[in-house]
Design a protein around this ligand. Structure first.
Ligand SMILES: Nc1ccn([C@@H]2O[C@@H]3COP(=O)(O)O[C@H]3[C@H]2O)c(=O)n1
Ligand SMILES: [Zn+2]
Ligand SMILES: [Zn+2]
Length: 241
């Protein structure tokens, strides 16, 4: 599996774009989250939404879904095809009712299904989203009262999206065969809704070696060399795992 980040920044970062990813498998591309900066980030890679074969969503914050209105309109009215949208079941209704409906609803388009082939994901159940690429959602803690999901990819790769520190989960993932972890990282405490660098540094080196840090703010360069055995994920670099 190859992964390339469209952006690696926190919600308010201005240098690194929103923390969204492209996953490549068997000549096809899945997008994992589609934030406000996703359309521009794709453009900078000389890609369009027509290059995307599947979209996956982690939770409803603008840095993860804010680019979906353009995605939907472009597929419907420019490229005239429907992309499979893989969404954890509890997010489907709020994604339409609280985020997308205002811009996308019109006489002939009244539901999310008018724009995407909606495929509900069930927690803990693996789903093949592209040939050779299976994802398994895990509900993780982020904001109280707001469902949010991390993903295990092909049983060996963990993508936190946005989550509070959960050392027990990280230990269990590695014990279960997870080789690589892309984890959100709030550089400065307190970590009210994200995992902080300080918390990740409390993990043993054997775990840290597998962790790559993403969703960081614009001060990231100040932390080079201060992340233990963990490395920063770089925007646009293609990683093969
Ligand atoms: N209860 C909350 C809710 C949100 N936030 C900030 O807003 C951002 C939304 O995107 P995010 O990437 O989840 O990070 C959130 C916090 O920075 C926050 O700090 N506390
Ligand atoms: Zn975020
Ligand atoms: Zn969030």
């Amino acid at each position: 599996m190859n992964i390339q980040m469209l952006g690696t920044g926190s919600a308010f970062a201005k240098r690194y774009y929103n923390n969204n990813a492209l996953l490549f498998s068997d000549g096809q591309t899945a997008m994992l989250d589609c934030g406000i900066t996703a359309p521009m980030a794709l453009h900078q890679l000389s890609k369009t939404f027509n290059d995307i074969h599947a979209l996956v969503i982690s939770h409803i914050h603008a840095d993860h879904v804010g680019g979906m209105e353009e995605f939907a309109f472009q597929m419907k009215f420019v490229y005239k095809r429907s992309v499979p949208l893989f969404v954890p079941a509890p997010l489907i209704e709020p994604l339409w009712e609280t985020t997308l409906k205002g811009g996308l609803m019109q006489e002939e388009c009244q539901t999310l299904d008018d724009y995407f082939e909606v495929r509900p994901l069930l927690e803990g159940q693996s789903c093949e989203i592209l040939p050779g690429l299976a994802i398994r959602p895990i509900r993780t803690k982020h904001i109280a009262g707001k469902p949010s999901y991390s993903y295990v990819v092909n049983d060996t790769f963990f993508y936190s999206a946005d989550m509070k520190f959960d050392a027990e989960l990280l230990h269990a993932l590695v014990a279960g065969g997870c080789q690589v972890i892309f984890h959100d990282c709030q550089l400065k405490p307190p970590g009210a809704v994200h995992t902080t660098l300080e918390q990740l540094l409390s993990l043993p080196p054997v775990l840290q070696e597998r962790i790559w840090l993403m969703h960081y703010d614009d001060t990231m360069p100040d932390y080079e060399g201060k992340t233990g055995a963990m490395r920063f994920v770089e925007q646009h670099r293609v990683y093969s795992f």
